[in-house]
Write a protein that binds this ligand. Structure first.
Ligand code: GRF
Length: 216
């Protein structure tokens, strides 16, 4: 059984964490052994509590207010994660980019979700079914990414599960999920369908990584 730690924040609703918790119930070959949030009001903590999963807060806002350097916060986070001895770390709604102070401990063991279609090679763009090229929406998160997508007039939206390497929204792609944009879509309706796709691809990705028993 592979040990999984999920990092989450208060920006979303923890729905991807919930998808993983639900998958675990239906015979997933991995176990979520801990959930860590960057603030106490992250809804993922409620979901973890309901699923009886150990959870904790490493308050980023409080750390900033106390003058803690970012690298130190990442080191503290790494120590907190290490206590769960994870095989895999999933960033599900986690909003802080993580660099070497964290990643050096978990090389190729961290995956993330981006609400845009990331290319397989740097500088390339994903070709959409209508032949046009997708904007990867790098650096944009949550509703801002969906808003930008709608404003661009792109025909398909989508999300990507990728390895986290330290370069924002750039790690090797593990899985993509495509969502057709409808003419009457609003940010809410489109994001809702994107989230449903995210739930599928994050579960499939984690499932596969657990089955392979290897790192990313
Ligand atoms: C997702 O849309 C993911 O792509 C982005 O943050 C969001 C988290 O959503 N990184 P949720 O909290 O899992 O509902």
């Amino acid at each position: 059984m592979r040990r999984i730690v999920v990092l989450t924040a208060n920006s979303g609703t923890g729905s991807n964490l919930q998808a993983l918790l639900d998958a675990q119930v239906s015979g997933f070959d991995g176990q979520i052994v801990g959930v860590i949030a960057s603030s106490a009001d992250a809804y993922g903590l409620v979901r973890a509590h309901e699923a009886d999963v150990p959870r904790e807060v490493l308050d980023y806002g409080a750390a900033c207010a106390a003058g803690t350097p970012r690298a130190r916060y990442e080191e503290d986070l790494a120590r907190a994660v290490q206590r769960y001895s994870p095989d895999l770390i999933v960033l599900a709604g986690w909003m802080l980019s993580l660099g070497e102070p964290f990643l050096k401990y978990f090389r190729w063991r961290v995956i993330g979700l981006h609400p845009g279609l990331l290319p397989s090679k740097p500088g390339e763009r994903v070709r959409l079914p209508d032949g046009s090229l997708a904007d990867p929406l790098c650096g944009l998160a949550g509703e801002n990414a969906v808003k930008a997508l709608l404003a661009s007039g792109q025909t398909y939206a989508g999300s990507t599960v990728h390895a986290v390497t330290g370069e924002v929204d750039a790690g090797p792609v593990i899985r993509r999920g495509l969502v057709k944009v409808r003419p009457d879509d609003t940010v809410a309706t489109l994001y809702d369908r994107m989230k449903q796709t995210e739930h599928r691809i994050i579960v499939e990705s984690v499932w596969e990584l657990c089955r392979q028993g290897s790192t990313v």
